[in-house]
Design a protein around this ligand. Structure first.
Ligand code: XMP
Length: 515
């Protein structure tokens, strides 16, 4: 029996499973996601304080739909069923789930819902509010001993409960932000029904993960590709805490990072953390491969291929055994599963392992965390603020912000202009209000006048966006004074630049990066 307060999320294949887990963690309760195929003995061994059944894409009466042994309802452990999980609970305990024969009983999206505020899940909340629905079937009759605790205009059972048996179900999704007070409902289930105390903290995630990594890695080596981005940096810091010098971080500096960034990454990881840090300086190789190339996709392909060659060449030569670690986070796993989205541009993040290099296995210590949770772990591990809050940076780096052919001179101009932009944005406290901002060198020369003389020099473009998910983005309304200061400084301080423009294109139709 586990001594820590655990809640199990039993996964029936819904799309919000990790989000449920995350909400549970936000309530300071430790949570594990288990597939619906798990043996009930394992659940008994864990002895969780509560179980949450997730949603799922099926209908409960389909022959192939995921079910679970009804014995689970007899363990005396509180259960909350969400969407499909609620229907499964009703169906398994003798209620009636009715297939939607037409669209009149299905609901998708924000739905006005009436709550019985005497029920523990809804106590203290307004009697009506918006919930997020996504279902076709509906519960037309609740099982014996249950009562209906919420309804909508078309759904007779938007929630049900049987307090005697500590069984609760909601047809809507309390875990998504669109459900007003959804988090409060989950919290009531965790604290008032499951009687959790909420003592779990991110430090506990760090302690547990470090202990697991120690056990898994033993006395073997582990190698990690460090890009200087948030995710690989946090993975590196965790692994360093677990196995110290058994960890080798390989950092490929292709000369396409922002000003002084390569040195900053090296300094951070050699001074603050115990590990072997290997920096491969290959600016010249990358630039020579990019010579004369102007097509954006071709440039991305060359940078990706060259990176692969250099990185794996080094590993093959020196570190190709033991474990391979990656900073994969949960949204990466979702995105790589999407598959059929139209190709707009090639992103390279995850690097497949060449067949001739044999590792024991791949370790992904952050694979279940969301970005802000990764940042929290990073802060707790002592990674500098600047790195933990680093904006997204494309794999091909400044290679896709120098439009057209990439040369050392152009990269230098862009690095200087970008550093001024960042400095000004930091000074006025705007940096963290932007989702991403950077300078671009479009490779356009324009005529200007400086000190009474004609100039014919480079144009720099400033791009700044706000977005929740980078799928769509709005151009940021930076005050004119700040843009003015940035423009003045770039023109005065960066040689070969005589004009600055601001990009006011949203995504779509533009993309965030220019290439
Ligand atoms: P776009 O330009 O596609 O960018 O609107 C959306 C987000 O993705 C970043 N980006 C990349 N990230 N590898 C990455 O890891 C890449 O090749 C890449 N290309 C674009 C971009 O900076 C923005 O945050």
């Amino acid at each position: 029996m586990s001594n820590k307060e655990t809640v199990i999320v039993l996964d029936f294949g819904g799309q919000y499973n990790q989000l449920i887990a995350r909400r549970v963690r936000e309530c300071n309760v430790y949570c594990e996601i288990l597939p619906y195929t798990v043996d009930i003995q394992k659940i008994k061994d864990i002895a969780p304080k509560g179980i949450i059944f997730t949603g799922g894409p099926n209908s409960v009466y389909d022959e192939t739909s995921p079910h679970y042994t009804p014995e689970i309802f007899k363990l005396g452990i509180p259960i909350l069923g969400i969407c499909y999980g609620c229907q499964l609970m009703a169906y398994s305990l003798g209620g009636v789930v009715t297939p939607a024969t037409d669209n009149s009983s299905s609901e998708y999206g924000k739905t006005e819902t009436q709550y019985n505020t005497d029920d523990v899940l809804f106590k203290g909340l307004p009697e009506s509010g918006i919930s997020w629905m996504s279902h076709r079937d509906y519960i037309s009759e609740v099982p014996e001993g249950f009562s209906v605790t919420a309804t909508t205009a078309v759904c007779p059972t938007a929630a049900m409960s049987c307090p005697d048996k500590k069984l609760y179900g909601v047809q809507f999704h309390p875990e998504v932000n669109h459900t007003e007070n959804g988090k409060s409902m989950l919290k009531s289930f965790l604290y008032d029904v499951c009687e959790c105390k909420g003592e779990w903290k991110m430090e506990s995630f760090i302690d547990t993960t470090v202990a697991q990594l120690k056990e898994q890695i033993g006395d073997k080596g582990v190698v990690l590709g460090l890009s200087g981005g948030v995710d690989s940096s946090v993975a590196a810091a965790l692994l360093s805490k677990a196995v110290g010098k058994q960890l080798t971080c390989v950092f490929v500096d292709q000369g396409l990072m922002r000003k002084d960034e390569g040195d900053f990454v090296e300094e951070t990881f050699t001074k603050l953390f115990d590990m072997n840090f290997v920096r491969i300086n290959c600016q010249d190789e990358f630039l020579s491969k990019l010579k004369g190339v102007v097509d954006p996709e071709k440039k991305r392909e060359i940078i990706g291929t060259e990176f692969y060659k250099v990185f794996w060449g080094k590993i093959r030569e020196s570190y190709g055994s033991g474990f391979f670690a990656q900073g994969t986070i949960y949204p990466d796993r979702i995105e790589s599963g999407k598959g059929d989205a139209a190709k707009i541009k090639t992103h390279h993040n995850q690097v497949g392992i060449p067949e001739d290099i044999k590792f024991e296995s791949v370790i992904e210590p952050l694979k279940d965390l969301f970005k802000d949770e990764v940042r929290e772990v990073g802060e707790k591990l002592g990674i500098p603020h600047q790195l933990v809050w680093r904006q997204p940076f494309p794999g091909p780096g400044l290679g896709v912000r120098v439009i057209g052919e990439v040369t050392a001179e152009k990269v230098h101009i862009l690095q200087e202009a970008d550093a001024i932009l960042r400095d000004e944005m930091d000074k006025c406290g705007y940096s963290e209000q932007m989702s991403q901002f950077f300078a671009v060198l479009p490779g356009v020369k324009t005529v200007g006048v400086m000190g009474d003389a004609r100039t014919y020099d480079e144009l720099v473009a400033i791009r700044a966006v706000t977005t929740d998910d980078f799928m769509t983005a709005d151009w940021a309304k930076i005050p004119y004074e700040i843009l003015g200061r940035v423009s003045n400084r770039i023109i005065n301080e960066v040689e070969h630049v005589n004009r600055v423009v601001y990009d006011i294109t949203s995504k779509p139709p533009g993309t965030v990066e220019w290439e």
